[in-house]
Design a protein around this ligand. Structure first.
Ligand SMILES: Nc1ncnc2c1ncn2[C@@H]1O[C@H](COP(=O)(O)OP(=O)(O)O)[C@@H](O)[C@H]1O
Ligand SMILES: C=C(OP(=O)(O)O)C(=O)O
Ligand SMILES: [K+]
Ligand SMILES: [Mg+2]
Length: 495
């Protein structure tokens, strides 16, 4: 398989570009992960996000406490019920993230060519001259000439609220820096990124472990987004930790590649992880800007080959404050789709941005337009699955049509009680490009006889029609087991 198969296959007629898009006929195959926060936590806004196409909600524990995120999650549950749109839950860890300690949350102005000192003395008050940070090893990690960025939580690296520093001197535990651009740091949390520097802190921090074993277990999280994954060992360690937490043994681990160390160990990380997040926010300032696209293309190709979902972040930063993306951003979204990404992750845009619903809607429209431009030769593939494997395998080959994965629950026992499998498997498809899950009624007999298959298929077709993926007279490919044989059949629908 070549990732170039997603390139537009034929020259496009200029006039066709102006034809109105038939959105309902071309559902976006690419999924949208939205980070929920102050501007996107009411039932009303979350409902808008779900209707606009968000299928995974990210809860970023770099910020706020479990009670805050629980309130948001309860609102998400209400929104899922009222909109009847499925949504998976992703817990994002803090990991070895460095933060400026600014207890009174005041704005701090920094002047170009001035100096500022970074100190581990957290008792000091943050000011234009002195910034306390949550890590006492920085002075040992950096040297004169190194680059450090500080900005508002989820900063883009190009706005006037983030600053670029150059290390000029080490004084004991303090790091003296020259300010390279004038900036006013605002917001309740400033994060710090030391470019190409290894931070000697664990990838899964004690606080992360606490949050996962309380909030994570309570809410049966579908995905763990493992911030700053640097080695395969990080993923193995997280997996081992999850395996002891009941239902969380089914949680998928998405390794966030956010720095050069993660990039250097990409292949081994990909082998261990269930999926990859290309965290272009941090990576974009760890790598020289001219190299970012190369990493994106290479990493997405490898994920596609491995059949593991890949998520791309930071696509429409400017929509944090604006109703329209820049031309470069709009094109960037389309290129992320053409490069083979499964999902787009929105950060600042939905968390603290002024237009969360509009952002999801525009990103969804761009993704759908790319899909419409790729020649569609059939309408839908319906795949029966229990473990989810068969459906994921089909999606790996990036068919141009959606794959309706009909998850057939199986009765299982842990020797204490009986329960049905299937819910995790269905929700975890919500991040995979082109997979649209549906959970079949567990009352259907588990054996795959002809009669059972027919009745489940009818329900699947009705579901497909209701969601706009299937229309009358469509041709549908069905993959299922009849007895012991795997069967692929093509059916033509009537009016
Ligand atoms: N309950 C089912 N009824 C009919 N066909 C099924 C069912 N579960 C899986 N299949 C089909 O069996 C084959 C193997 O699917 P896979 O998802 O890998 O298996 P499983 O989920 O049973 O481990 C595929 O052709 C899939 O479409
Ligand atoms: C998504 C990213 O990280 P964060 O968790 O800080 O938003 C990123 O760096 O692109
Ligand atoms: K985080
Ligand atoms: Mg990041």
């Amino acid at each position: 398989m070549q990732s170039s198969h997603l390139l537009l296959e034929e020259p496009i007629r200029m006039a066709s570009i102006l034809e109105p898009s038939k959105a309902s006929f071309f559902p976006a195959m690419t999924k949208i992960v939205g980070t929920l926060g102050p501007k996107s936590r009411s039932v009303e806004v979350i409902s808008g996000c779900l209707k606009a196409g968000m299928s995974v909600a990210r809860f970023d524990f770099s910020w706020r406490d479990p009670e805050y995120h629980q309130e948001t999650l309860e609102n998400l549950k209400t929104a899922v019920k009222t909109t009847k749109k499925l949504c998976a839950v992703m817990l994002d860890t803090v990991g070895p993230e460095l933060q400026v300690v600014n207890k009174i949350e005041k704005a701090i102005s920094l002047q170009e060519n001035g100096t500022v000192i970074l100190t581990p003395d957290e008792g000091q008050e943050a000011s234009s001259e002195l910034l306390p940070i949550n890590f006492d090893g920085l002075s040992k990690a950096v040297k004169k000439g190194d680059t450090i960025f500080i900005g508002q939580y989820l900063f883009t690296g190009s706005e006037t609220t983030s600053v670029w520093l150059e290390v000029s001197e080490i004084q004991g535990n303090d790091v003296v820096c020259v300010i390279k651009n004038s900036a006013t740091l605002t917001g309740s949390l400033f994060t710090l990124h030391a470019s190409q520097i290894r931070i000697e802190l664990p990838t899964l921090s004690d606080r992360d472990k606490e949050v996962i074993s309380s909030w994570g277990v309570k809410n049966k999280i579908d995905f763990l987004s493992l911030s700053y994954t640097r080695h395969a060992e990080d993923v193995r360690h997280a997996r081992e930790f999850l395996s002891k937490l009941g239902d969380l043994s089914q949680t998928q681990i998405f390794a966030k590649i956010e720095n050069i160390e993660g990039l250097n160990h990409f292949d081994e990380i990909l082998q261990e992880a269930d999926g990859i997040i290309l965290s272009r926010g941090n990576l974009g300032i760890d790598l020289p800007p001219e190299k970012v696209f190369l990493f994106q293309k290479a990493a997405l190709y490898k994920c596609n080959m491995a059949g593991k979902p890949a998520v791309v972040t930071r696509v429409v930063d400017s929509m944090t404050d604006n109703l329209r993306p820049t031309r470069a951003e709009a094109t960037d979204v389309a290129n992320a789709v053409l490069d083979g990404s499964d999902a787009i992750l929105l950060g600042a845009e939905t968390l603290r941005g002024l237009y969360p619903v509009e952002t999801i809607s525009i990103v969804g429209k761009i993704c759908a337009e790319v899909r419409a431009a790729i020649k569609v030769k059939a309408s839908v593939i319906i795949c029966f699955t229990s473990s989810g494997r068969a459906a994921r395998l089909i999606a790996k080959y990036r068919p141009t049509m959606p794959v309706l994965s009909v998850v057939i629950p199986r009765l299982k026992t842990n020797q204490l009680k009986w329960s049905f499998s299937g819910a995790f498997e269905a929700r975890q498809s919500l991040i995979v490009r082109g997979l649209f899950p549906m959970l079949a009624d567990p009352r259907h007999p588990a054996e795959s006889t002809n009669a059972t298959n027919e009745s489940v298929l009818k329900v699947a077709l009705d579901h497909g029609k209701a969601s706009g993926v299937v229309k009358s007279q469509d041709r549908v490919v069905v993959c299922q087991k009849v007895g012991d044989a795997s069967v692929v059949k093509i059916i033509e629908l009537e009016d």
